[in-house]
Design a protein around this ligand. Structure first.
Ligand SMILES: CC(=O)SCCNC(=O)CCNC(=O)[C@H](O)C(C)(C)COP(=O)(O)OP(=O)(O)OC[C@H]1O[C@@H](n2cnc3c(N)ncnc32)[C@H](O)[C@@H]1OP(=O)(O)O
Ligand SMILES: O=C([O-])CC(=O)C(=O)O
Length: 373
């Protein structure tokens, strides 16, 4: 057997038509992320990822309506979230369980026909925003807010999250963040989803496993840790000494570095600009200024660029969102990519089952338990 590549670096493990990273440029179905970030809304991108073509206005309107009409979740999801102490669990753990629970209330959960899988995709995408918003409210002792059928996805999410309709700046920021996080080739959580459903397991299982993979701090969980770090640094003048010490201790700076991008993550500049604008509006420019200093220092001293998680932290913080909700928001967006990859995997499936190079002891003599010391 050939030797393994640690972390499968550089290994092409699947083919996809959904998104690509070539020469540090990200595209969704061949459209540059910069164009999509500047011009599209989230539903347009979801349509693109699931249909491999952009919708016309009529198709987009119908799709938006269909999503909004499917956002309500079964009462059992609210009762479940109210049944345990949400202040003691990570929101990603609660989300993982709630999405799994959702599958128990879907009669089609195990129907594997293409149309049934597409209907499930729509239901999951629609409902995941409702679950995240409900979690955030219930743990604060607030009643969850039901979605409104006439709002866009970003509007509805903020409305259910805050209990009031959001302003234009907030909607634009969340919509753009959702577009930027929607898909990213064969990242760890998408790979997890594909491995899961390649056994011909169901869509809910695929999304539940993907949420588990996104939760980790080396992946989606980094955004929460970036904000924790900024809060710990506290003031701009502490930033560089703090980072020097961290690097000196061989600790990682969250939100920096990437397995694929070498010269920079093309999504980061959009979030950076949003962070600049939003922190100005809130009068909390220090989060942006601090982030800029850290980015420059880590780039110069370690050659590592900022990734998508770095500036999203100060963007979400400026919108008044608790830092442990950052990764669930990432999940709300990335669900669209996971679902696209799940549908693609089903279309041309083969079990994903690589090999492991065995490095354990060999030719061991079995000793009956009574004779073991
Ligand atoms: C949405 C996303 O998932 S984007 C990524 C989010 N994750 C983070 O921001 C966490 C911080 N970054 C990292 O841990 C890494 O850069 C990853 C996980 C993103 C990519 O990791 P890999 O390609 O596996 O690189 P790996 O972890 O092997 O690091 C290679 C070297 O760079 C160093 N390095 C990588 N990232 C960082 C970092 N953020 N801070 C400090 N050093 C780092 C490692 O310590 C290692 O150094 P060494 O060779 O001296 O031991
Ligand atoms: O692609 C990766 O490894 C991680 C990432 O940036 C993402 O999932 O958005």
């Amino acid at each position: 057997m050939t030797t393994s590549t640690k972390g499968l670096e550089g290994v092409v493990a699947s083919e996809t038509s959904i998104s690509s990273i070539i020469d540090d440029q990200l595209t969704y179905v061949g459209y540059a992320i910069d164009d999509l970030a500047e011009n599209t809304c989230f539903e347009e991108v979801v349509y693109l990822l699931w249909n491999l073509k952009l919708p016309n206005q009529k198709e987009l309107d119908a799709f938006k309506k269909e999503i909004a009409n499917n956002m309500e979740v079964p009462e059992a999801v609210y009762s479940h979230l109210k049944s345990y102490d949400l202040t003691k669990v990570h929101p990603m753990a609660a989300l993982r369980t709630a999405v799994s629970l959702l599958g128990l209330y879907d009669d089609e959960a195990d129907v594997m026909e293409t149309e049934a899988n597409r209907r499930k995709a729509l239901k999951i995408q629609a409902k995941i925003a409702t679950i995240v918003a409900a979690f955030s409210r219930i743990r604060k002792g607030l009643e969850p807010v039901k979605p409104k059928a006439d709002l866009s996805y970003a509007e509805n999410f903020l409305y259910m999250f805050n209990g009031k309709e959001a302003n234009e700046i907030e909607i634009e920021a969340i919509d753009k963040a959702l577009v930027l996080h929607a898909d990213h080739e064969l990242n760890a959580s998408t790979f997890t989803a594909r491995v899961c459903v390649a056994t011909l397991s169901d869509v809910y299982s695929g999304i539940t496993s993907a949420i588990g993979a996104l939760k980790g701090p080396l992946h989606g969980g980094a955004n929460e840790n970036v904000m924790k770090m900024l809060l710990e640094i506290g003031e701009e003048e502490n930033a560089i000494p703090y980072i020097e010490k961290k690097l000196g201790n061989k600790e990682k700076v969250m939100g920096m570095g990437h397995r694929v991008y070498r010269n920079g993550d093309p999504r980061a500049k959009h979030l950076k600009e949003m962070s600049r604008q939003l922190t100005k509006i809130t009068g909390q420019e220090k989060w942006y200024n601090m982030s800029v200093k850290i980015e420059a220092y880590v780039k110069e001293n370690k050659g590592l660029p900022a990734n998508v998680d770095f500036y999203s932290a100060s963007v979400y913080h400026s919108l008044g969102i608790d830092y442990d909700m950052f990764t669930p928001i990432f999940a709300v967006s990335r669900t669209s990519g996971w679902l696209a990859h799940i549908l693609e995997q089903y279309e041309n499936n083969r079990l994903i089952r690589p090999r492991a190079g065995y490095i354990g002891p060999d030719k061991q003599q079995y000793i009956p338990i009574a004779q073991r010391g």
